[in-house]
Design a protein. Structure first.
Length: 285
């Protein structure tokens, strides 16, 4: 197999392989020895730095004692598709785009998120998150509960010992959009005020006057890694998309640079968040 830069897909595949192996109490040396592979080969697979064939994936799973759900998912991840754009559909029972996103976030050392209509998922309170999913309306109650729990679970990223550096660019219209009523918004804005004071978390408000933001329709996330190229994640109603193409990723960096030109400072952004929290508090009285 040809060595190349990792992609979002190969990193997720490697992460899931390693987690599966460890749950079965096998070492990388065990898997290598039983299949006559070099240990470095298994290590490169688990780091997402080497493509894995369906045959090798089947041997890896058989060595560790395959389980049907793991088998189907890992074999699905071996399908290469495009190395530049990786689509994760929301309506495929085998695919969980939010799990895929959480894996990339946990591997990243820097996360940059732009939000145009709602507040960042990593900073949402449970009532706010639940209401957003209810308004989208594409899930039954059990699926809705699962989605909300998954979003809350993703936020453990920010509470670990060494969280990634997070920069959130939030459009002013997201502060003005009432989701769940004034009480929910008051609690949510207070949570943002507290989050903005964390040393690893920067929140900056993109004002209505920012002309560039008027033509950016979708929210997006740029994730940077120590040993891998940066990747962009963006989503729609039907699917999440990971973008590994270097030219496209650089275009998103250019968007951030243009947004930043008249984005509020961190201090002024905290003040605005506090002002809106107070405004919603008075609306709820």
């Amino acid at each position: 197999m040809v060595e190349k830069d990792s992609t979002a897909r190969t990193r997720e595949l490697g992460h899931r392989m390693k987690a599966f192996r460890q749950r079965r109490h096998f070492s990388g040396a065990d898997v290598s020895r039983r299949n006559g592979w070099l240990q470095s080969k298994v290590t490169r697979w688990e780091q997402g730095l080497r493509e894995l064939s369906v045959v090798d994936a089947a041997l890896y799973l058989a060595t560790c004692g395959e389980a049907e759900p793991e088998r189907d998912l890992l074999l699905e991840l071996t399908q290469p598709g495009s190395d530049l754009y990786w689509v994760r559909p929301y309506f495929d029972e085998l695919v969980d785009p939010m799990k895929s996103l959480a894996i990339q976030e946990n591997l990243a050392h820097t996360v940059v998120r732009y939000e145009s209509l709602t507040l960042p998922g990593l900073l949402q309170t449970e009532p706010y998150a639940r209401t957003t999913y209810e308004l989208i309306g594409n899930r039954g109650q059990a699926q809705l509960d699962q989605a909300v729990n998954a979003r809350m679970d993703r936020q453990k990223l920010l509470r670990r010992d060494r969280p990634p550096r997070c920069r959130f660019y939030v459009h002013e219209r997201a502060l003005r959009s009432v989701i769940g009523g004034p009480r929910v918004m008051h609690e949510q804005l207070l949570h943002l005020v507290l989050s903005a004071n964390l040393p690893y978390c920067s929140i900056r408000i993109v004002p209505e006057s920012n002309e560039v933001s008027r033509v950016i329709e979708n929210a997006f996330t740029i994730m940077e890694f120590t040993e891998h190229p940066a990747v962009v994640y963006t989503d729609s109603y039907a699917a999440g998309v990971f973008i590994d193409d270097r030219v496209a990723v650089e275009a998103y960096y250019s968007l951030i640079a243009r947004l930043e030109s008249d984005t509020l400072t961190e201090e002024r952004s905290r003040q605005m968040l506090a002002e809106w929290a107070d405004r919603y508090d008075r609306m709820g009285e």
